[in-house]
Design a protein around this ligand. Structure first.
Ligand code: ADP
Ligand code: ADP
Length: 228
């Protein structure tokens, strides 16, 4: 779904990503794992065009990722993105957060309602809670709302930046189990960031191990364990 060729990114003097090449297969869940600051979020932002690589190129579904304009917006609609911490707008209710893009695109109300219903079933989210503001929701609920928002337009790709970060262990366990079920049902291309190996093993078809802005290893968990 994504092919990266010699992609690098720097912020001023800081080389956040050294030139790296990577293939993210269609319909599979790829987990980016590595310590804080190794470039995982930067890589996610490059994948949906929020950040531009300094070198190299990114192919999305066989085509170079557009630089800007309507072509880039069209790609963004096919690439759902849930930021670290959810990134919900605090002054909007859960429902307003979830449906924001669909309203912007002037979907008919009936279609919005229908899609919202599908997503609430999928994420096992109670309808009344969707009328609350993010500040009135639990951490786990906020993550589910962020997931619904990322899925609203039925994208081909789902980018999730630490969807299980900062949750207490029980909530984390529930959401982790639900996420795996959701990935299996949707069969979308998922790229998920974590720094937890158990989570990567549970959720990932493939694992990309990163350190200091570089890909150290890529493969299945068995591949990674087999190597020194
Ligand atoms: P992570 O924990 O994934 O590294 P951060 O909390 O570092 O995420 O980053 C959150 C946001 O702050 C991102 O949008 C990122 O671009 C920005 N950011 C991170 N580090 C810096 C920095 N040193 N200077 C400016 N912005 C930064
Ligand atoms: P990770 O997601 O693995 O924690 P990030 O991609 O957020 O790593 O960050 C990689 C490095 O780039 C870190 O050193 C971070 O502080 C820095 N960084 C990230 N975003 C920015 C930014 N917008 N401006 C400056 N530095 C940034």
């Amino acid at each position: 779904m994504f092919i990266l060729e010699g992609v690098s990114k720097r912020y001023g003097a800081l080389q956040a990503l050294h030139p790296l090449s990577l293939t993210l297969p269609k319909g599979a869940t790829t987990v980016l794992i590595g310590p804080s600051g190794c470039g995982k979020s930067t890589l996610l932002r490059l994948l949906n065009g929020l950040a531009k690589p300094d070198t190299g190129r990114i192919l999305f579904d066989g085509q170079p990722l557009p630089e800007d304009g309507d072509a880039l917006l069209a790609v963004r609609q096919r690439v759902g993105y849930a930021l670290q911490g959810g990134g919900l707008f605090p002054h909007l209710t859960g429902a307003q957060n979830v449906t924001l893009m669909a309203r912007h695109l002037r979907w008919p109300e009936a279609r919005i309602r229908e899609r919202q219903g599908v997503l609430m079933d999928l994420t096992r989210f109670p309808a009344d809670a969707l009328e609350r503001f993010p500040g009135q929701l639990s951490g786990g609920q906020r993550q589910r709302v962020a997931l619904m928002r990322a899925l609203m337009l039925d994208p081909d790709v789902l980018l999730l930046d630490e969807p299980l970060g900062a949750l207490d262990p029980l909530v984390r366990h529930d959401l982790q189990a639900d996420l795996r079920g959701i990935f299996e049902r949707l069969k979308k291309t998922v790229v998920l960031v974590t720094h937890d190996l158990a989570e990567a093993a549970w959720l990932g078809d493939g694992i990309v191990l990163m350190r200091d802005g570089q890909v150290v290893q890529q493969g299945t968990l068995e591949d990674l364990e087999a190597r020194p």
